[in-house]
Design a binder for this molecule. Structure first.
Ligand code: FCB
Length: 451
């Protein structure tokens, strides 16, 4: 069903942008001193990624960054959110710095500034240098310290030119999806490893913020979370309780330490004894004041009670047959987006927010040079309208980044799932602006006329 509305007008200082991540677009995995990340290794293991796809070439953005930035500029956007590949700048995770890696991001950041684009950098979008995985990756506190050193380097080198730095992108994915469900790299299935990874990522974030603040007070610092918008499957007491447990275990274990300085009680009661020794002493490091936080939202989570699910006893349901879904099977529910933002601001003392990701998977292909992806326009317009409503209610949402600039390596799904505003023909690397890209450009252009 396509339903297009024209959200806004947004406040004049509201920022529109697009987002990407290094491993999903850059390719050039062996060039200029880059060493492998856990995603290079994982994607090359047969059976881990759909169709055996890897990020070896991806969108070849490493060589095409200039024309890609030109495209963003042509879309009248004000900001570009990208991630820095840790294995390019510190190829072994800690120790030697790779000047060629820094040089690539120098060019990219200067290229943004020359085109009037605010560079929003993310430090960690899941491409952990593989050397660190050898020591247990995020389950080891050494990785948290290495991350802080890397963050400090980035703040020192780029801090005066960046519009913001996000420490971690979606730590839920790089802990629960990666260490419990085994779907993302490193593909483990262990509760102990999961809990250690959750905690050490928090510590890494806190240490990184401290290290970056010591380098520069100029650049706003934050973290991007994929907070689940949780609903009980129905109104039975059992399922309402399950939804609340699900919130604690999938949202609270991230939000609470970051913004309240402690883990949810229900989590501590159930699994607290599995946290790394001395975890209490880390809480003040984790609970750093932030300048902003990022919300990544795609779809709601509907959950029911399930006695055998151990983390926690609640199970996420697949969307029903008759609900509207994108091509990746995720339910389309814009009202869950506004409800989520409203609930979070009611329950947490949160700083300003950017919607650091929102978008939809529709796999439309070009026909005669046109990608008629009306369903993506519908998704974007209704979700932007949800953001507009909460902005109108006075909540401090300062910008919106569409996921994604272009089709790219969609992790375990490989290249078959397309989220781009720009279509990529992977055989030729040809970029074709989709109708949604034209629609979003128009929205951004109208908005820029307000300034
Ligand atoms: C988010 C990721 C992003 C992309 C979108 C579809 O969870 O941050 O890299 O894969 O989902």
């Amino acid at each position: 069903m396509t339903h297009i509305i024209h959200p806004g007008p947004f406040p004049a200082d509201f920022i529109f942008g697009v987002a990407t991540a290094a491993y999903q677009i850059e390719g050039a995995v062996k060039e200029d001193g880059r060493k492998p990340s856990i995603w290079d290794a994982f994607s090359h293991v047969p059976g881990r990624v759909h169709n055996g796809d890897t990020g070896d070439i991806a969108c070849d953005h490493y060589h095409r960054w200039e024309s890609d930035l030109d495209l963003i500029q042509s879309m009248h956007l004000e900001a570009y959110r990208f991630s820095i590949a840790w294995p390019r700048v510190i190829p072994e995770g800690s120790g030697a710095v790779n000047a060629a890696g820094l040089a690539f991001y120098d060019k990219l950041i200067d290229g943004c500034l020359q085109r009037g684009l605010k560079p929003f950098a993310t430090l960690y979008h899941w491409d952990l240098p593989i050397q660190l995985q050898g020591y247990g990756g995020w389950t080891n506190s050494q990785t948290a310290h290495a991350f802080a050193d890397y963050a400090q380097l980035i703040a020192r080198h780029f801090g005066d030119r960046l519009a913001s730095i996000t420490t971690l992108n979606e730590p839920w994915c790089s802990s629960i999806l990666s260490y419990l469900y085994g779907i993302h790299a490193p593909g483990e299935k262990s509760i102990d490893a999961t809990i250690a990874a959750v905690h050490q990522q928090h510590v890494g974030h806190g240490l990184a913020v401290q290290a970056m603040r010591a380098e520069t007070t100029h650049v706003p610092l934050g973290i991007a979370l994929n907070v689940h918008s949780v609903y009980p499957a129905d109104n039975t007491d059992q399922n309402i309780a399950a939804a609340s447990r699900f919130f604690d275990f999938h949202n609270g274990i991230f939000l609470d330490p970051l913004f309240k300085g402690h883990y949810p009680e229900s989590f501590i009661d159930a699994l607290g004894d599995r946290l790394p020794t001395g975890w209490q002493d880390d809480l003040s490091t984790i609970n750093q004041p932030l300048d902003f936080w990022g919300l990544n939202y795609y779809t709601p989570a509907r959950v029911k009670n399930a006695a055998d699910a151990n983390f926690p006893a609640a199970q996420q349901l697949s969307p029903t047959k008759d609900c509207e879904k994108t091509d990746i099977g995720w339910e389309v529910a814009p009202s869950a987006f506004s409800d989520l933002i409203t609930t979070l601001y009611a329950n947490y003392e949160l700083p300003e927010c950017y919607i650091t990701e929102n978008g939809a998977c529709y796999n439309d292909e070009p026909q005669d040079g046109v990608v008629a992806d009306g369903k993506r326009i519908s998704y974007l317009s209704t979700h932007l309208d949800a953001v507009f409503k909460v902005v109108n209610n006075g909540l401090p949402i300062k910008g919106y980044f569409a996921w994604s600039l272009m089709d790219n390596f969609e992790w375990a799904e490989g290249y078959r799932m397309r989220f781009g505003l720009i279509h990529i023909d992977y055989a030729t690397q040809k970029r074709t602006m989709k109708n949604s890209g034209h629609w979003y450009s128009q929205l951004a252009e109208n908005h820029s006329n307000l300034k």
